[in-house]
Write a protein that binds this ligand. Structure first.
Ligand SMILES: *Cc1c(COP(=O)(O)O)cnc(C)c1O
Length: 431
């Protein structure tokens, strides 16, 4: 499979090069030259097919000859080596629980897949690769965990001091080894700006091989298709495919679902559930795309003013607005509605969604008022314990800490405090 840049000013590359580079040199995003079709017999026999086999079959055409089949099979298998249950809440609502991975967020799937691919590609490299990533919370933990112990890769994570939750901070500061955490005395935007500047700095790029691990990278974006197929495997009424509601920030997750659908996965309709950072909701209403500065909300992993993967969604639909609008709707959900949804879902369905899952639930609820015969799935992208303040605000109760977290919560935080200045980052990286 060859990948072109969405800016059309860089040469095509194979999966290996796209995964190592991250972003195309012309600042475009890599996109596959054709959309592989899922084998109809896989969809027909999906209930009796192994999860790992489903994942392998879906990703194989995207990887092409870059990784031998037996290696790719283990990578695919390891990236979903935890339960991904579809929980029936009743009344046509289903939660796809994507939070059973090591850092309790859906980003584990993509981060595990990407880290193992890079580990394979860099086995014979003499020069170390430095993965540099800015996080507002979940990305850092998933990337740290995914890359921990991968040879030939150093990871440096920048996070805004005091602005990630206690669980998130522990997950990205306690591993040590090849993972280093930088606590930035500033905002997430400061972290992001420092990382961007590092990628453009000639002196840094001369002495280090820098790459990023956000959903711009094809090796993190594409494996997210896995769980859309696993949801379909568990979907009982195959004659009435689900509406799928995805809490969206950078739109990497929903873009993977749309890709699987373009490859033949039956889905009735997609909902992009946004908080008040709703560029895409407004785009679908007005056909005008107007990025804005991000506003802080309770569902903070979606506080994105300019979603990086939206261009890929446009590519999937050949930039035809009407085709896009026939498959995708988008809803804006306020913090007040998010809190109200958490409390309602708890009362009515005895289920506690995290703020992101609650945004998705709310969008699905609004959609189903208009289309009552549609049954649906909302993606539960994180465990509620990662957002304890919002849950307590909504329900008046604390979330019990799952047993799997006791180790990390008692581990020692190791991070380096830096001012929000690129020069400080540069000195740190060159030291
Ligand atoms: C990252 C994240 C999202 C947003 O996913 P995108 O792929 O950026 O749209 C939603 N929910 C949670 C919990 C996240 O960590």
């Amino acid at each position: 499979m060859q990948y072109y840049s969405t800016s059309h000013h860089s040469p095509n590359v194979d999966f290996r090069e796209a995964a190592i580079k991250g972003q195309a040199p012309d600042k475009g995003l890599y996109f596959p030259q054709s959309i592989p079709q899922i084998d109809p017999s896989l969809l027909r026999d999906i209930e009796s097919t192994d999860d790992a086999d489903i994942a392998f079959q879906v990703i194989r055409p995207f990887v092409g000859n870059s990784i031998p089949d037996e290696v790719l099979f283990s990578i695919a298998k390891e990236s979903i080596s935890f339960p991904i249950p579809l929980v029936d809440l009743g009344n046509g609502y289903h939660s796809l629980e994507l939070f059973h991975g090591p850092t309790l967020a859906f980003k584990d799937v993509g981060a595990r897949f990407m880290s193992r691919c890079l580990g394979y590609f860099l086995k014979e490299n003499t020069k170390k690769v430095t993965v540099l990533v800015a996080t507002s919370g979940d990305t850092g933990g998933a990337v740290a965990n995914g890359f921990f112990g991968v040879e030939g890769v150093e990871v440096v994570i920048l996070y805004p001091s005091g602005k990630v939750s206690p669980v998130q901070e522990k997950q990205l500061t306690t591993l040590g080894g090849n993972i280093r955490a930088l606590e930035i005395d500033g905002s997430f935007d400061d972290c992001q700006a420092m990382v961007k500047q590092a990628f453009m700095d000639p002196q840094l790029n001369d002495s280090l091989f820098l790459t990023s691990a956000n959903s711009i990278n094809v090796a993190r974006w594409l494996p997210q298709q896995f769980y859309y197929l696993l949801a379909y495997k568990q979907w009982k009424d195959k004659s009435n495919p689900p509406v799928i509601s995805v809490p969206s920030g950078n739109f990497g997750n929903i873009c993977a679902g749309l890709m699987a659908h373009a490859g033949g996965l039956p889905v009735r309709h997609f909902l992009a559930a946004c908080n008040v950072n709703d560029v895409v909701t407004r785009y679908l209403a007005t056909e005008k795309y107007e990025p804005l500065k991000a506003i802080a909300t309770l569902s903070n992993a979606m506080d994105v003013g300019e979603p990086s993967n939206f261009i890929r969604i446009q590519e999937i639909f050949g930039h035809r607005f009407n085709d896009l609008a026939a498959t995708l709707s988008s809803y804006t959900v306020t913090d007040a509605e998010t809190l109200d949804t958490i409390s309602q879902v708890e009362t009515v369905y005895h289920y506690t969604p995290d703020p992101h899952g609650a945004v998705a639930f709310h969008a699905l609820e609004v959609y189903r008022r208009q289309f009552p015969d549609a049954a649906g799935i909302f993606l539960e992208t994180a465990h509620p314990v990662k957002f304890p303040d919002a849950i307590e605000q909504a329900t008046g109760r604390q979330v019990p800490v799952p047993e799997s977290l006791t180790g990390v919560m008692s581990a020692q935080k190791k991070s380096t405090l830096l001012k929000p200045s690129f020069d400080e980052l540069k000195q740190f990286l060159l030291a």
